[in-house]
Design a protein around this ligand. Sequence first.
Ligand SMILES: [Zn+2]
Length: 308
Amino acid sequence: MKNQREEIQSHTAESGKSSRMVRLSMTAVALLLTAALSAGCAKDNAPSSTKTPESSSAQQTPGTETGQGKVTEPASAPSESSGTQTGNTTEGTGEKGTVKSEGHSEGLKETATDPESDAVLVNKQFGLPDDYEPKDLVYPNVPFTFSEKIDKRKMRKEAAAALEEMFAGAEKDGISLAGVSAYRSKKTQTSLFNRYVKKDGLEKAKTYSAVPGYSEHQTGLAIDVSGSDGKCAAESCFGGTKEAEWLKEHAQEYGFIIRYPEGKESITGYKYEPWHIRYVGKDIAQDVTSKGITLEEYYNAVKVSGTP
Ligand SMILES: [Zn+2]
């Protein structure tokens, strides 16, 4: 049931207006990504202790460069467990090959593989560069379900500002939101993941926790959100709550998407997570949401894996 990869049919941008240039670049990158992913398919069922060697893009699109979409082994499910973050420092299993971002050619700065881009694609196939840390993390001024001023409150600056606007917008509609878990360093993810491995074994852990380096939370652009009562925080019972409904309806107005929508498990590799929102900027958020697609489809990338 793992990882039958298929290429997702192009949904090519006919909607790009302001961002046509960017979209053209993205389309080019998508071709690269697709080629790279196809090249990596055979490795997907390898146990996670085995690194998948980086595969290089099989073909090049003129004007672009290879070296961006190096494929590594999929990481399995997200770790939406808002679990403790202050944890220990164990680094260990779960260290994976990651996508290196060197080799960008000019004109492709807003691409799926640029970790500094608001629109970076991070999933079971596309990891972040080794030990990537966003440089502009700040504390968004919104309520969280906990009071400590710790890393998991942080988001990248632009995402944090958008989050503040979104929470204010929700409040106007009588919806009180709270942050549950935002930024997570690779080190923290490693601790979490190792803990899960200890508890449940590697294979099972991978079904609900992201392999370090492959968590969207490491980008500083993703956050798990709940109602201000913290009920059902990062749990499936959050679905259907008025807060979840509000997010589904309005998140894109602020540049966020529901990153793992219902019914898209086979594409995102993640089950429906109504609480996990991802900042991608307003243009992309509105495009993705209005079309009912995922970020993978937006990039014309390939399916990530089967349902975890
Ligand atoms: Zn999440």
